[in-house]
Design a protein around this ligand. Structure first.
Ligand code: AMP
Ligand code: GLY
Length: 424
């Protein structure tokens, strides 16, 4: 079967790497891809926003399944466009992708489904948001309601910083139209976990848990990024907690989507804060997490393509997933300056040495091929991922591999997976 994968990040390299292992795969195309995905299939120079071109390409190459990696094309209706031409598409339709693309919608749906989340209010005028924030004397979280590549959320311990954040989002339009509305919510305390599940409209199959590291700085300090590292499983998610998340969050939201006439298919990602009072939803995403996918797929033993087809055909109940019991740790190497401004085009060395290590794989994200070299081309550059007998061993191996790689100005957090170690 010919498959077209959309995207060019570390997540897509991980998906491409896993799809390539499928016996069902004939040819994999990745649009637009990166030098990492080029090792798993053929990169195609079409951007994920050029939906008509993607459909034309798919018809020409007899694609039987399209897999959307990132959220933006899903929110733009790429699944609807492919299904209209009878090509199977993995991911939610445009209406269901609102669960991520419109945080105000998600908040309202959670409320109507009695799903626990932070108390919050939605504002579409800056003056109203400002007055509300100013009336509070505790920490607030300010979120652009639309898509902002993981950077539109500001956790502000002081409400005056919250007002500045709302101003950035609504007046300065730092995230464009995504900032037409803001959600102002209470700050939740606890440890975070990412829960990803395959959903076929009715059936839910929860994957192994994972944990992201959103802030740029060690000890979870500084501004939020797309994610600076991840590990799987997350010991904070006990079996009992996973049952509770399934029962009180995943089942009700999938039911809620059905009730409102937009059945949910694809990956459902619940960002959870494990508070003293139980799990609370921070956000829903409508696709695989980046970088959570890198350690999760390193551990998945089953055929990803088969699972994706089962989702499309609404027969997820026939599938059983097998996992490597060993934990995996992914350390993101980024360009210095990210999530602010940074330079590109720095030559990366040591990739082959790191990849030659047993139980290590380097997923590429913001990279490109230039004059025979792999050079940096984005904020998050690499996801250096390792599996080990226990978290400490996986972590040690991942950092050993990081030590073999260099590029000018590279930055990484030195404490990825420390939280898991503290749990032991
Ligand atoms: P989101 O994209 O909504 O998940 O937010 C990005 C990150 O901001 C989350 O992973 C958390 O680290 C943090 N965050 C979001 N909402 C809250 C909240 N209500 N309380 C505390 N932290 C939050
Ligand atoms: N790692 C967070 C996300 O994918 O949204």
């Amino acid at each position: 079967m010919n498959v077209l994968l959309l995207g060019n990040g570390g997540r897509e390299h991980a998906i491409a790497w896993k799809l390539k292992q499928s016996k069902k795969l004939t040819k994999l195309y990745i649009a637009p891809g990166n030098p990492g995905t080029a090792q798993c299939g053929e990169n195609v120079d079409i951007s994920v926003s050029e939906i008509d071109k993607l459909v034309e390409f798919a018809k020409e190459k007899k694609i039987e399944l399209m897999v959307a990696g990132p959220e933006a094309p899903l929110a733009d209706g790429v699944v609807d466009a492919f299904e209209a031409t009878d090509i199977k598409a993995f991911g939610p339709c445009e209406a269901a992708a609102r669960l991520e693309a419109d945080k105000a919608f998600a908040k309202q749906l959670m409320r109507s489904c009695a799903i626990s989340t932070a108390e919050g209010r939605v504002f579409d005028r800056f003056e109203d948001a400002k007055a509300f924030i100013a009336s509070r004397d505790e920490a607030v979280v300010i979120k652009a309601a639309g898509l902002a590549a993981g950077k539109g959320v500001f956790v502000c311990d002081d409400p005056s910083d919250g007002i500045l954040a709302a101003e950035k989002i609504m007046c300065d339009k730092e995230f464009g139209e995504a900032g037409n509305q803001v959600v102002v919510e209470d700050k939740l305390l606890g440890e975070e976990a990412s829960i990803l599940a395959f959903v076929d409209g009715r059936n839910i199959y929860v994957m192994e848990s994972s944990q992201d590291h959103k802030p740029v700085g060690e000890g979870d300090t500084g501004p939020n990024t797309g994610g600076m590292g991840a590990y799987s499983p997350a010991p904070v998610v006990t079996d009992k907690l996973m049952d509770q998340i399934n029962r009180e969050i995943l089942v009700p939201i999938v039911d809620g989507m059905n009730r409102q006439g937009t059945p949910y298919k694809g990956i459902l990602y619940a960002g959870i804060m494990v508070t003293a009072a139980g799990p609370r939803v921070l956000e829903f995403n409508v696709r695989f997490g980046d970088p959570e996918t890198q350690p999760i797929l390193m551990r998945l033993k089953s055929d990803l393509l088969e699972v994706m087809l089962a989702v499309c055909d609404e027969r997820l109940d026939e599938i059983t997933l097998k996992w490597d019991p060993r934990p995996a740790v992914c350390v993101v190497m980024s360009s210095g300056g990210y999530p602010g401004s940074y330079e590109k085009g720095k030559i990366i060395t040591g990739l082959d040495d790191a990849n030659a290590m047993e139980d290590v794989f380097v997923f590429q994200a913001g990279t490109k091929q230039e004059d025979g070299n792999i050079v940096t081309n984005g904020g998050r550059v690499l996801g250096v991922t390792a599996v080990g007998k226990n978290v400490a061993k996986a972590q040690k191996l991942a950092y050993e591999a990081v030590g073999k790689i260099s590029f000018e100005g590279s930055y990484y957090r030195g404490d990825i997976a420390d939280k898991a170690l503290k749990k032991k």
